[in-house]
Design a protein around this ligand. Structure first.
Ligand SMILES: [Zn+2]
Length: 268
């Protein structure tokens, strides 16, 4: 039975000093119970999220932003000790599945920190510098999911624009999950997503564990806290248009996330 909680699995910690307090107010209003809060890279960025976890322990699930230049595999255990539940990867210097990175992923698996990977074509950002979006294709997560079958992997943005690659990888890998944040829910119709995420427990071609495709899809906003209600609305539009069951709806909104980020159910 799915837990009836709403978990935003993709949220970047804003720069304002009181950002997390504002986020807590907004999410209480909207009815979002938990937020996977992605830190900036470096000690300072992580420190802010650590503070947020302490101040809002029922709300904040910490995700440590990984710095490819300065962070080492041994830092992963430290992130876990600091209370983080996942590690966010973006803008890798090589394809995500490059062998040089395997020691990092092994540590994530061993410490049970979920890997959250940006996928697809990323914004230009501030700096110019070398960036190859091809390094962030969903197919590399297919490889990692096979290499590290005990590791939960969360791919962002359904691989936008490489949706076919993402969803086919999703079907074959029980430990690979995706969110629909970014522009996808604005530009694509629900039917488009229904065609990509088509299998269920009764279809001839299906998930190895017999799950519905939508049980592998996570609610993620990837917008500032004051816009999250709009993304939640977009998710509900798709759920309604595709006639997904109430049970599947709760899996998407939080049930699956609670499992892969190991979020405890609230006590009394
Ligand atoms: Zn993001």
């Amino acid at each position: 039975m799915s837990k009836k909680m709403i978990v935003d699995t993709h949220h970047h910690c804003g720069g304002a000093p009181d950002y997390i307090d504002r986020l807590a107010e907004s999410y209480a209003r909207v009815g979002i119970d938990k937020v996977c809060l992605i830190s900036g890279r470096g000690v300072e960025g992580r420190g802010r999220v650590i503070e947020g976890m302490k101040k809002h322990p029922k709300l904040v699930v910490g995700i440590a932003g990984f710095d490819w230049e300065n962070d080492k595999p041994d830092d992963i255990a430290r992130f876990q000790g600091e209370g983080f539940s996942g590690v966010k990867f973006i803008r890798p210097p090589q394809t995500y599945h490059h062998k040089d990175f395997w020691p990092i992923y092994e540590k994530c698996r061993d410490t049970r920190l979920t890997g959250l990977f940006h996928l697809g074509i990323v914004s230009r950002g501030k700096g110019a510098g070398f960036l190859d979006n091809n390094f962030m294709r969903p197919i590399y997560l297919d490889c990692l999911a096979r290499m590290f079958p005990e590791w939960n992997i969360h791919g962002a943005h359904l691989g936008n624009p490489w949706y076919e690659e993402a969803t086919m990888s999703c079907r074959w890998n029980p430990n690979l999950y995706f969110d629909l944040s970014g522009s996808t829910l604005k530009k694509k119709k629900p039917e488009f997503l229904g065609e990509l995420l088509w299998w269920n427990s009764t279809t001839r071609y299906r998930d190895p564990n017999g799950r519905d495709a939508w049980e592998k899809i996570l609610f993620g906003s990837d917008v500032p806290h004051y816009e999250a209600h709009d993304v939640l609305h977009d998710y509900d539009n798709v759920i309604r248009a595709l006639n997904l069951s109430d049970e599947i709806r709760w899996r998407i909104l939080g049930g699956t996330a609670a499992e892969i980020y190991r979020i405890e159910e609230e006590g009394a």
